[in-house]
Write a protein that binds this ligand. Structure first.
Ligand SMILES: [Mg+2]
Length: 194
């Protein structure tokens, strides 16, 4: 006989959109790193995309590689300041920022694994209560798409950027301009339900 035990985590899991940062949220710094908030430039259409996901009641999570910290080009405090300013900008506009920010920095004490290892997505799912099978990743590099696939997400969106699409790294949807993100996400979320 099955015994009835109280559910220690009664909140239902929620779907999320995982955003890569450089090249998706903000203009790509090319082969280098965004070392300072002064040169952090939001991509056209990002605010619309963020607002659309928030409006749908989905979680919004940032998953980023910032190896400039591990290379000594910037400090963890520099990165935290950039992400603090990012959150402040979003809170000023939407009342909420990203529900979680996960950054692989390449330092010896970094708790995270490098993309395309799905560890950062799994960490977010555990901490925020995310239904991965209904969630999506949007990124501009092979490692973002491969990470989304490895994490068992519903699908991935490729924002075409400076990097060519590698074999096996084809996304479910491909868009050519960041201004198309909101419409693409709204289409996906309307099919997926709440
Ligand atoms: Mg990127």
């Amino acid at each position: 006989m099955k015994s009835i035990v109280p559910d220690s985590n009664p909140k239902p899991l929620r779907p999320a959109v995982f955003f890569d940062r450089d090249g998706v949220v903000n203009r790509s710094p090319g082969p280098g790193y965004v070392l300072d908030w002064d040169v952090f430039e939001f991509n056209p259409g990002f605010f619309e995309a963020f607002g659309a996901v928030k409006n749908a009641g989905w979680l919004v999570v940032l998953i980023t590689s910032q190896k400039g910290v591990g290379k000594g080009l910037m400090t963890q405090a520099d990165l935290d300041e950039i992400h603090g300013n990012l959150q402040d900008s979003l809170r000023a506009k939407f009342g909420r920022g990203f529900d979680g920010i996960y950054a692989f920095t390449g330092t010896p004490d970094c708790p995270h694994q490098s993309k395309p290892d799905p560890e950062m997505i799994h960490a977010a799912a555990e901490e925020l209560g995310i239904d991965l099978a209904r969630s999506w990743m949007i990124g501009d590099a092979d490692r973002d798409i491969l990470m989304g696939k490895a994490a068992g997400l519903a699908g991935t969106i490729r924002l075409l950027g400076e990097k060519p699409v590698g074999e096996g790294a084809e996304a479910v949807f491909t868009i050519e301009n960041s201004t198309e993100m909101a419409a693409q996400l709204m289409e996906i979320m309307s099919i997926s339900g709440d």
